[in-house]
Ligand binder design. Structure first.
Ligand code: PLP
Length: 412
């Protein structure tokens, strides 16, 4: 019936509200129409420089002919097989991924949360086999984020995401990141796994220390606890290295990947070692769409580009330049602080002045958008900058100029 249909109201063409999406999303949306490299264009034709990359997803930028071509060619040949069969692109991608470390197998899924859900299930399965079913607990870090499905959500710290959905999967406990004493006191063989991010992408860009990574390696081995590195945001070149684990010498048993892997198409990967793979029986885990030929073909192409040492060297070079520019910007204002993060997962701390009545960081993000720059937030008070990895110095200059002018416009 026509009168039951939700109304789609538009302010200009590119701003819309009252869209029939659930209220867990913002009531108002900006509608993008297309992208080219590090730029996005909205429905009104307005251009934005993209310092967000779809929350650290579009590592190779927007509108790539090569990715479109790969997806198109594969779609024409074969789009879906289910997990009862497989395809060449899936086998090739799996071989590439397991060769990146001491891994025996990869479970493909469709989103970050699913990658972690699989990691938690595999860790529990191993633990149940080796230590019995009283060793099911999962240790996670305060301020950590691992996804929105019930298991990954149980290991996510922010109560805003959790409270309305309790009871969640039991057995998740938390310790503060980088507190070795708290970790030593808490961890024992009743835990199946510890799940960590080397840099907390959603939780304020807090970075794991090398000492903490060493303690995690040692204690997990001592208690036969599976160490899961959630590299969904930090992995596949975002930090200038294939995985962030190598920066702090973390030695995970499992690595979970998603975001940039499909260049915007939904694919995740959970990399597991032989000791876990040997415990799994046919039928214990699976998914219909995971490892589809199209997403795997695109992901294989993306890995070939990003894991080229020259590409990663360029990410590190541009990271240095962006850090320098952010530090110069920060020095100009009383309300800006530390530059956080590493590689092209960077942040600028915003200190809310007491006399400023509105939520300053929210206002900054909105005004930057108005001025043609997309930036993100991490934790309560950090501007998060995660541009496509193909960004160049000239784009950084352009984005920093908009950021600086926006910050000046507050007059505080
Ligand atoms: N883990 C980390 C570290 C993330 O940053 C995210 C998403 O932001 C997730 C898991 C969940 O990924 P998805 O939203 O694809 O389920």
């Amino acid at each position: 019936m026509a009168e039951d249909k939700p109304t789609l109201c538009c302010k200009g063409k590119a701003r819309t509200y009252n869209v029939p999406f659930p209220k867990n999303y913002n009531p108002e949306f900006l509608i993008f129409e297309k992208g080219e490299g590090v730029y996005l264009y909205d429905l009104d034709g307005k251009k934005y420089i993209d310092f967000g990359a779809g929350i650290a997803v579009n590592s190779l930028g927007h509108g790539r002919e090569d990715l479109a071509e790969t997806a198109y060619e594969q779609m024409k040949k074969l789009t879906h097989t289910s997990n009862l069969f497989t395809s060449e692109p899936a086998i090739i991608l799996a071989a590439k991924l397991v060769s990146l470390g001491n891994f025996a197998a990869v479970h493909f899924g469709n989103s970050g949360t699913e990658a972690n859900e699989a990691a938690i299930k595999y860790a529990r399965l191993y633990s149940c086999n080796k230590k019995g079913n009283n060793s099911h607990k999962i240790l996670a870090m305060e301020s950590g984020f691992h996804g929105r499905t019930m298991g990954a959500l149980a290991c996510t710290h922010n109560p805003l995401y959790k409270t309305s959905f309790e009871p969640l999967v039991p057995g998740a406990e938390f310790v503060p990141l980088n507190d070795i004493d708290a970790l030593t006191k808490k961890l024992d063989s009743s835990f199946a796994a510890v799940i960590v991010e080397v840099i907390q992408g959603e939780g304020g860009l807090n970075m794991m220390t090398k000492e903490y990574a060493k303690a995690l390696n040692t204690l997990c081995q001592k208690h036969d606890v599976i160490l899961i590195a959630d590299e969904i945001q930090t992995g596949i070149g975002r930090t200038g290295w294939p995985f962030a684990c190598s920066i702090v010498d973390l030695e995970p048993d499992i690595i979970s990947l998603a975001k940039p892997l499909g260049g915007g198409l939904p694919i995740s990967a959970t990399l597991i070692p032989e000791k876990i793979n040997n415990c799994i029986k046919v039928g214990e885990h699976g998914t219909t769409f995971g490892g589809g030929p199209v997403t795997c073909a695109v992901a294989g192409h993306i890995l070939d580009i990003i894991f080229n040492p020259f590409f990663l060297e360029n990410v590190r070079k541009n990271s240095e330049y962006l850090i320098k520019k952010l530090k110069e910007t920060s020095a100009k204002f009383n309300f800006t602080g530390e530059v956080l993060g590493t590689g092209l997962l960077l942040g600028l701390k915003i200190n809310q002045p007491k006399e400023y009545e509105k939520d300053l960081i929210k206002e900054i993000i909105v005004k930057c958008e108005e001025n043609g720059l997309i930036i993100l937030k991490s934790g309560k008070n950090v501007i998060r900058i995660t541009p496509p990895l193909i960004i160049e110095e000239k784009h950084i200059d352009e984005g920093i100029e908009i950021l600086t002018k926006t910050l000046e416009s507050f007059g505080i």
